[in-house]
Design a protein. Structure first.
Length: 435
């Protein structure tokens, strides 16, 4: 589909926050505390790398419709799908996973293996009608008990696929707003594609993070072994049902919280707002189904009197990244230091909040940089920071394997509604254990 490119410009509120003072202040910094350094490193890497090696990302885009990655909401809350026998919570990004806690308030994921979900949204034309939007990717799913507490041993990797049909995108309010409102008595399969679902994967699935390989318990109605652990794929259809006028008003009411532009209308099941990077879906789930056969949405039931669930997400500014500052890059897990460049032709570097930036590799721990230096005088401005490769890969890596590095953080700009701009930057160097 046609992409909607709405780049940051001086006419946008966010652009006005790129002050000269902020840029000069950033240029005066040479060394940062651990947390600060790392943040700047990631962004710097993206800038230079994007311009020279990744032409498709030489200019960061204003989210939402042309930024592929979705993050959790500003509070890092998971999405939920209930009611029925199983109440499912699932995370879109690493920040949400790090925020998950058990009934005693302890983090569920710590240490060397922290799952890294990734969810994206397809682009659409705006203004336009009859558009199709897909939200898809890998998530971390858990069950909630009757008290609403997350069940740690139920944690599993899952595939999310939500396809919304007949979306309208409008620009008359001064910002692009995509919406899908369910008509009275409209067929459920005309709103959400029948394949829309969340599929829970057994812990034996290749590529499952180490922290999930001993979990996946408690999924009643799904294929399990004699220990109660998932033994096969299990899909829960996601979507809606046919509503009468009163049912629609009761189960899909207008919302009253959050910035006015983000609030759902009566009957609205999907809403996305470019200026606030907001994406929201209100949907219900059906009974668990073994895969194969195909997913059957006829079991989807939105309980009478209950606001249907789903969740809100925040679009992320997606930057390219470059480990070691070269095209043919390798990473040595024994190394005490290594550079990561962030490149951008847009002046984002001076707006990095250093204390918020972290990096991880192959679902490993969060690591902050040890030092950071700017290179604003070169043709393409860049920020390069160093951090210990051995901390990123405490268990090492095998020669020749790809190492997935994720850098993330916040920028010192907002959308005017109190929502921070967040970014992610990625690269995939090759493991090389040679000195």
């Amino acid at each position: 589909m046609k992409k909607l490119f709405c780049r940051l410009s001086s006419s946008r509120p966010v652009a006005k926050l790129f002050s000269m003072h902020a840029r000069l202040d950033e240029r005066m910094r040479v060394m940062f505390p651990k947390s600060s350094v790392f943040a700047v490193v990631a962004l710097a890497a993206f800038v230079s790398l994007g311009a020279f090696l990744f032409p498709q990302v030489v200019q960061a885009q204003d989210c939402l419709f042309d930024c592929p990655d979705l993050g959790s909401d500003p509070s890092f809350n998971p999405w939920f799908n209930s009611p029925q026998a199983l109440d499912i919570a699932y995370c879109f990004d690493r920040d949400c996973v790090l925020n998950l806690k058990d009934s005693k308030g302890n983090p569920i994921f710590t240490g060397k293996s922290i799952p890294t979900p990734q969810v994206s949204q397809t682009n659409l034309s705006c203004p336009g009608s009859g558009e199709i939007v897909e939200i898809l990717g890998t998530v971390v799913a858990l069950l909630r008990d009757k008290k609403g507490n997350l069940v740690p041993n139920s944690a599993a990797q899952a595939s999310l696929f939500i396809k919304i049909l007949g979306v309208t995108c409008d620009t008359s309010s001064g910002t692009s707003i995509a919406s899908r409102v369910v008509d009275v008595n409209e067929l459920r399969t005309s709103v959400f594609d029948p394949a829309s679902s969340i599929t829970i994967l057994p812990p034996t699935t290749p590529g499952t993070p180490a922290s999930l390989t001993s979990k996946g318990k408690g999924w009643a109605g799904c294929p399990t072994d004699n220990t109660g652990t998932l033994s096969g794929k299990c899909a829960f259809p996601l979507g809606t049902e046919e509503f009468t006028v009163s049912q629609r008003a009761n189960q899909l009411p207008a919302t009253t919280t959050g910035p006015p532009v983000n609030r759902f209308q009566v009957g609205e099941v999907y809403r996305a707002v470019q200026s606030t990077k907001f994406v929201g879906v209100r949907d219900c789930k059906g009974d668990p189904q073994t895969i194969p056969p195909s997913i059957d949405p006829s079991t989807i039931n939105c309980s009478v009197g209950e606001i249907v669930t789903g969740g809100d997400a925040q679009g992320l500014l997606t930057f390219g990244g470059n480990w070691s500052g070269s095209i043919d890059k390798t990473i040595n897990p024994k190394s005490g230091t290594g550079p990561f460049d962030i490149l951008s032709t847009v002046d984002f570097l001076s707006n990095i909040l250093p204390d918020t930036v972290t990096a991880s590799a192959n679902n490993g721990p969060e690591v902050k940089a040890t030092s950071c230096n700017d290179n604003f005088n070169q043709k393409i401005p860049a920020e390069r920071c160093n951090f210990p490769a051995r901390n990123l890969l405490p268990d090492g890596c095998q020669d020749g394997e790809i190492v997935n590095i994720l850098v993330k953080g916040k920028l010192a700009i907002t959308d005017g509604n109190g929502n921070d701009f967040r970014f992610v930057s990625k690269d995939d160097p090759i493991c090389n254990n040679n000195p």
